[in-house]
Write a protein that binds this ligand. Structure first.
Ligand code: GRF
Length: 303
């Protein structure tokens, strides 16, 4: 269960303990505060006022106390994002029109809008587009690419999907194209062969909402410069008996965020980087769309 929490929150092991500690301290401090306030009230006060005060403390004081303690323990950024997310979910629930409140659970939820960031051939992008083509759960709303000549641009054009061509300067030193992503109402960013690092501006705007696929079993064969055939050459060079794919959250380092999914395949005698790449691609095409769907379903069924 702790491992699931760690993956869900996309945090490292030690940070999970700090986060749990902040929750515990926040709860105790709020309970203490509530007792103090209630003790200061006149004895004969109407019970309803006491109840309202308790609820008020829970709604307003608890988040504030949590944030305060979180900052003390260096977890301010996590709790700030966490509380913002809760608020957003509350707002989304409020705006569900009454007319569809009785429909199935799925219909009450939004259709997630996906952006695929890719700079290569785009075979994974194609599989993801196909997977969600007739889906009410999600749709690929945008393809983001830094190479106008990349195969993925042709795929997007054929599929009638908007393409956002990006430039280094604005991506890394400007607004990271956040206005365009927000305007397209993107909920999840999917990297599929995107070779640039993701800038902080995007990581902060999309906490735990940027995922990547890597053609090896991370943490092996990941990091700067480890992409494409280089990964498979390295696997063969080290004489590993198996390799595989990793789908993971994206953080500020290359190929480093919490792992969401991994699966392996054997390295066969006579394998070359090309044959390995081919089998790895097949594995990616099967699993990436499914893992995305699972992640979105988990989001959609959040209370
Ligand atoms: C995939 O192998 C993926 O693991 C890596 O980049 C490659 C993209 O291939 N991140 P394609 O452009 O989807 O065919």
């Amino acid at each position: 269960m702790l491992r699931r929490l760690q993956q869900k929150w996309n945090i490292k092991g030690y940070q999970l303990w700090l986060v749990l500690l902040v929750f515990a301290l926040g709860g105790s401090a709020t309970a203490y505060l509530s007792r103090l306030l209630l003790a200061g009230l006149p004895q004969n006060i109407f019970w309803l006022w006491k109840l309202l005060l308790r609820i008020g403390i829970l709604i307003f004081a608890y988040p504030a106390v949590l944030l305060l303690i979180a900052f003390i323990f260096g977890q301010g950024a996590f709790f700030w994002a966490y509380e913002k997310k809760l608020l957003l979910q509350l707002r989304r629930r409020r705006v569900v029109p009454l007319s569809i409140m009785n429909d199935s659970k799925r219909e009450q939820k939004q259709t997630f809008r996906l952006a695929i960031f890719a700079s290569g051939a785009g075979s994974n992008a194609q599989k993801i587009i196909d997977h969600f083509k007739n889906s009410s759960l999600a749709q690929v709303a945008l393809v983001v690419c830094n190479k106008p000549e990349a195969g993925v641009v042709t795929i997007a054009a054929a599929e009638n999907i908007r393409v956002l061509l990006i430039e280094k300067d604005r991506f890394f030193s400007g607004d990271a194209y956040l206005p365009e992503l927000q305007e397209a109402k993107i909920d999840l960013i999917i990297l599929a062969g995107f070779l640039w690092k993701v800038p902080d501006a995007l990581l902060q705007a999309y906490p735990q909402k940027i995922i990547n696929i890597h053609p090896a079993l991370l943490p092996s064969f990941g990091g700067k410069g480890m992409y494409g055939q280089k990964v498979h050459q390295a696997v063969l060079g080290r004489g590993d008996m198996q390799t595989g794919i990793t789908i993971h959250y994206v953080d500020e380092h290359y190929d480093n965020g919490a792992v969401i999914f991994q699966t392996a395949l054997p390295v066969l005698p006579g394998d070359t980087p090309e044959t390995l790449a081919q089998r790895i691609h097949q594995l990616e095409h099967v699993h990436y769309p499914q893992v995305i769907e699972k992640l979105l379903n988990e989001q959609a069924t959040l209370p």
